[in-house]
Design a protein around this ligand. Structure first.
Ligand code: DGL
Length: 273
């Protein structure tokens, strides 16, 4: 297979990366996508860095064996350890995309909500302050349970009400501090963007999904690697979790041209990770 015809790999701990796949389908409709969600081990944000790096290497290896031409780390938590995951193709990070999105807005006071691991790594404040001269303060907040709640509540009004309650609790301190925008530093959170808009209609949101899809497009164009096929590309989803749940979630998120949803065995974790 010529390099241009190879698929793009997208990975996440769960269905959060569907928000990235959705943007890539919009912007690059001819690309074939392989998605890998590690439903067996979600939430990553509460594991150690070492465990997340090991799980991420397992997924990178899976995608590389399928000859992807680029990998999107559609998970901010994995993006924190991406330097520990060698790959033979270019890797694009959700955190870099989030920091680029914040820099584009040029806000003075930036809020970030993310998983606990991403928050503890301080990767967002460091990156945003380094690349956005207008930004004076970055306030980061780690949410222990939000990603898991979103993963299992989509399409369930009572569950999404609980997500909204959690969002209010986590975001209120940032809004009280007067942040000009908030980076959704976990790819699951854009799936609850309507609830955030309802709570805080004037709060501008940065969704790394849009930025990472744009960056990928620019890369493919410059490298001459856009898929030349005439027909629209397909999306094949692999999960270590529940195939029926992923099939339903893909539909709820609005993913198109899903060719198959298949189970793949998870990496075995020793206890304590
Ligand atoms: N979607 C993932 C992220 O962007 C994390 C969810 C999890 O904790 O597994 O960080």
């Amino acid at each position: 297979m010529s390099e241009r015809n190879r698929p793009i790999g997208i990975l996440d701990s769960g269905i959060g990366g569907f928000t990235v796949a959705r943007q890539v389908q919009k912007l690059l409709p001819r690309e074939d996508l392989l998605y890998f969600g590690d439903g067996a081990h979600i939430p990553y944000g509460n594991h150690t860095r070492e465990t997340v790096a090991a799980l991420a290497r397992y997924m990178f290896d899976f995608l590389e064996r399928r000859q992807v031409k680029a990998i999107l780390a559609a998970c901010n938590t994995i993006s924190c350890v991406v330097d520990q995951c060698p790959a033979s193709c270019p890797v694009f990070s959700a955190v870099q995309a989030g920091a680029d999105g914040a820099a584009r807005l040029g806000a003075a006071k930036v809020g970030v909500i993310s998983t606990v691991l991403t928050h503890n790594s301080r990767i967002y404040p460091e990156k945003i302050l380094a690349q956005s001269p207008q930004t004076r303060v970055v306030l980061s907040c780690g949410c222990p349970d939000l990603a898991r709640m979103v993963e299992h509540s989509l399409g369930d009004p009572a569950g999404m009400d609980r997500v909204e309650g959690e969002l209010r609790r986590e975001l209120a301190p940032l809004v009280q501090e007067g942040v000009d925008c908030c980076v959704l530093g976990c790819t699951h959170y854009p799936l609850a963007a309507d609830r955030i808009h309802k709570l805080y209609p004037r709060l501008a949101l940065v969704d790394p999904a849009e930025e990472i899809a744009r960056t990928l497009k620019t890369y493919l164009e410059r490298a001459g690697l856009e898929n030349p096929q005439e027909k629209a590309g397909t999306l094949t989803i692999y999960t270590t979790g529940d195939v029926a749940e992923y099939t339903l979630r893909a539909r709820q998120v609005g993913l198109e041209r899903v060719a198959a949803v298949e189970f793949h065995p998870p990496m075995e974790l020793r206890s304590g990770g």
